[in-house]
Design a binder for this molecule. Structure first.
Ligand code: B1H
Length: 831
């Protein structure tokens, strides 16, 4: 009978369902070899490292999918309030090692591969970075996902599946060239294409006003429609059964829309026109410095938030009938202003599609969204010209005007006719070209807004968004950034991780980083110091090999490894670093052989990408090469000073460099770096910090102790005054001398460097106060040398850096968001 047949099928499925993949060595080998044969389609008797990497990854992916499916089913059943993290960038890096570590099967995989004749460490290197982000903001999103999964929060990430990630940096003749990063070339085992999960996203067209049920109704008739297709990226938590999802959208031509255009006779062109749709998700914008106002960027923003919201509302409706309950089931986090158009899209959906009145829609929208700001200076805030926004998203512009009208009405009640204030606070910036201030829109519509370090939040309240802080003090919060100690300490520096576990007698620090503070008890123990320095030396030796491979420069691992790796920006002051290196060079050249013996040898390492259109930043890269060329080949200098540039700095290079650094520099002009997260990774790994009182440095100093850091330079509150006095300021002799050396061609290529030198010694220039901070920087550098010369003292400071970095785990950050902004609970899947 049909009933019996049905039951038979269910029984069978149940039996099959309980056949989870096994994680013993033989089962893993079996699944790897199966993938060699059936997925990669190679012979099981002959496959190379890359094919072995692929097959291994597919076998890990199978295990991820099991955990992912069960977690999603569990969430669906429990239906808790979920957090949706919307971000234009997720800088994930590599996945293989991270996945098997998090799933707790790393050692078994290593053994399984060893027996098959492969080295896990070698295979890991075959993977290309997923570089879907520019720098700190994108990497932060990736660390947050790792923490959300590990802490068992019911979370989703939503973003764009760029076909081209951040460009590859190629150096020719010391100049940066950009090459496309077509990272999907050989397939991507870490994603699952969901051909059935697609949503239409609308653009352009017009809005028609009609009457519906006695109420005005607006209907947006778009003239372009693009299909968003979901690609799921499983994110396994560490030491938990939860695996959450990062859903990235790819643009595909819409099959439904504009069918009639096929019938005009020009069939081929009709198809080619549709191909155009795919460009929306093709490339990541590589400029994290200026907002450029490109229409395609706005389309990217709307594309991914519109698809995400449709997906989120569909999921909500699966289990809920009353749209008003959205506020109890959904929290939407916007990572900087880039997804802010989503606020308007939700208003539009609730009013136009769901038929809610304005007040109800507004009540829901303003309760679900929360906003993180990542910038300190007003110039970088996103603004969309009304002309572009109104053309691409006509209905959205109407809604923005309505929001602004009601908002200004409220303001007038409070402030009367204080028109200056109203103009400052308006969502619309008047002027020759009207534009929409996206940060203002976010401030008006989001439940909370947070900065990413204490000083940044203070600056937000007192400068950037002062008017809004006066109006809504309760909306403002601080959430100091953090990084995941799994990727950035345990997995990338396993030697140091083992020492920590041994001395703490537990590896619980991997989920509770505060435990690191217990290392303080043993800081004077010579055994710990010895082990600590030994592992750090091994790491340095690995980096030295890499440096020789990329640059041909031989470096001594007895030297102090002094590192500055991050995006190249004037405010981050790589130029200041180079000037002090030149000063050091100049000093070594001019001292007696006796004095030379006392010099502490240094290897200076600089790395980072410049935005393709950022000319001054590109000249800084050229200068590093020019100076390196000179002093690396000066027989007078020998091993006392080396300077190397690490090309194509990315997540994987960071994983190699950070554990091997003795000193790292975070030297932005105070008041310019919102937080900085590199510093946290270095500190965790026992690298000492040379920095200014800016961003998270201030809090790191509080945790680690001022005696264990090298701090210099003007404080943020002094900077405005120093800038105002720039015209009268006479930079010190030492500063003029080193700038003069560049100008006079000591490092060749004079023609390239005049414009760069102009930025620091031209009339009224030096916006970032290199001249002001130079002497105090040199003093701090001397203090570094002194500390490094005393081996025990350095070991102690290094251990205390690690011991004091517990606060900077992204687990702490995520808990704060969960409790103070999102109001969500954990949802842990039982085994
Ligand atoms: C940060 C950006 C950013 N702040 C625009 N702002 C972008 C702005 O593509 N764009 O248009 C991309 C990125 N990135 C960084 O965020 C801050 O400079 C760091 O100080 C901070 O640590 C990081 C994470 O909060």
């Amino acid at each position: 009978s049909p009933a019996a047949e049905q039951k038979g099928r269910t029984d069978l499925l149940f039996k099959l369902m309980n056949q989870y993949l096994k994680n013993d060595v033989f089962s893993i080998q079996k699944s790897i070899v199966n993938h060699v044969e059936y997925t990669v389609a190679r012979s099981r008797f002959k496959f190379d490292d890359f094919e072995a990497y692929q097959a291994t990854s597919y076998s890990v992916r199978d295990r991820l999918i099991e955990s992912w499916n069960d977690t999603q089913l569990f969430f669906k059943d429990k239906d808790p309030k979920r957090i949706y993290f919307l971000s234009m960038e997720f800088l994930m890096g590599r996945s293989l090692l991270n996945s098997i570590y998090n799933l707790g099967i790393k050692d078994t995989y290593a053994e399984a591969l060893r027996q098959l004749g492969f080295d896990l460490e070698v295979l890991v290197e075959q993977e290309r970075d997923a570089a879907l982000g520019n720098g700190g903001l994108g990497r932060l999103a990736a660390c947050f996902l790792d923490s959300l999964a590990t802490l068992d929060y019911p979370a989703w990430g939503y973003g764009l599946r760029y076909e081209y990630g951040l460009f590859k940096q190629v150096i020719k003749d010391g100049f940066q060239h950009e090459r496309p990063d077509y990272w999907l070339n050989f397939g991507n085992p870490w994603e699952i294409e969901r051909v059935h999960i697609t949503y239409p996203v609308k653009f352009y067209g017009k809005v028609e006003e009609t009457m519906r049920d006695g109420r005005k109704h607006f209907e947006w008739i778009p003239s372009e429609m693009v299909e968003a297709v979901a690609y799921d990226n499983p994110i396994p938590g560490f030491d938990t059964n939860n695996t959450i999802n990062l859903r990235l959208w790819a643009a595909k031509p819409s099959s439904e829309f504009n069918i009639q255009s096929y019938d005009t006779g020009d069939y081929v062109n009709a198809i080619l026109n549709k191909q155009h749709a795919e460009t929306i998700s093709s490339v990541l914008y590589p400029d994290d410095r200026t907002y450029q106002g490109k229409e395609l960027r706005l389309k990217q923003q709307h594309f991914f938030v519109s698809a995400s919201l449709q997906d989120i509302i569909r999921r909500f409706k699966d289990r809920n009938d009353n749209i008003n309950d959205l506020v109890n089931k959904v929290a939407l986090q916007i990572n900087d202003t880039h997804p802010t158009i989503g606020v308007v899209e939700l208003m539009r959906t609730l009013i136009d599609d769901e038929g809610l009145d304005w007040k109800t829609a507004w009540g829901i929208t303003t309760k679900v969204f929360t906003f993180t700001n990542h910038s300190v200076v007003p110039e970088v805030l996103e603004k969309w010209p009304v002309e572009i926004l109104g053309n691409v998203l006509p209905r959205h512009l109407q809604i923005i005007y309505d929001i602004n009208f009601l908002f200004l009405e409220d303001l007038k009640k409070k402030y009367g006719n204080d028109y200056d204030r109203l103009a400052r606070m308006s969502i619309i910036e008047e002027g020759e070209k009207k534009s929409v201030r996206m940060a203002t829109l976010a401030l008006v519509t989001c439940q909370t807004v947070n900065g990413v370090s204490e000083i940044h939040t203070d600056l937000m309240k007192s400068m950037l968004f002062k008017d809004f802080y006066e109006l809504w003090p309760h909306k403002f919060q601080n959430k100091t950034n953090g990084v995941t100690q799994r990727r950035w300490l345990a997995f990338s520096n396993p030697g140091l991780g083992d020492i920590i576990t041994k001395w703490l007698e537990t590896d619980a620090w991997m989920k509770n980083l505060d435990l690191l503070s217990d290392l303080r008890k043993y800081v004077d123990d010579p055994h710990l110091q010895e082990e600590w320095l030994r592992v750090r030396r091994q790491n340095k030796s690995r980096l030295a090999t890499y440096i020789e491979m990329i640059s041909g420069v031989k470096v001594s691992i007895d030297a102090l490894f002094d590192v500055q790796v991050k995006r190249i920006h004037e405010y981050k002051r790589q130029f200041l670093n180079i000037l002090s290196i030149i000063h050091r060079y100049d000093c070594i050249k001019n001292i007696s052989p006796e004095e030379r013996k006392k010099v502490v040898p240094r290897v200076c390492i600089i790395g980072g990408k410049a935005a393709p259109g950022y000319e001054i930043a590109k000249k800084i890269i050229k200068l590093v090469h020019a100076v390196g060329e000179k002093l690396n080949n000066d027989p007078d200098i020998g091993h006392l000073l080396k300077l190397v540039f690490v090309p194509d700095y990315n997540v994987s290079v960071a994983e190699l460099v950070i554990p091997a650094s003795d000193l790292s520099q975070h030297i932005s002009t105070a008041g310019n770096e919102a937080s900085g997260t590199g510093s946290m990774k270095f500190a965790m790994n026992g690298c000492l910090i040379l920095g200014t009182m800016d961003g998270a440095n201030i809090e790191i100093r509080e945790e680690i102790g001022h005696e264990n850091m090298f701090i210099f330079g003007a404080r943020a509150n002094e900077v405005p005054k120093l800038r105002a006095q720039r015209k009268e300021f006479q930079p010190p002799r030492e500063f003029r001398r080193v700038v003069g050396m560049i100008r006079n061609g000591v490092f060749g290529h004079q023609e390239h460097f005049q414009a760069l030198c102009d930025t620091v010694d031209g009339q009224g220039e030096d916006l970032y106060l290199l001249g002001n901070d130079f002497l105090s920087y040199l003093e701090a550098q001397e203090a570094v040398d002194k500390a490094f010369a005393d081996r025990n003292r350095w070991a102690k400071m290094s251990i205390l850096s690690t011991a004091g970095s517990g606060k900077f785990s992204s687990d702490r950050t995520m808990k704060e968001y969960a409790e103070q902004s999102w109001d969500i609970q954990t949802c842990k899947r039982p085994l």
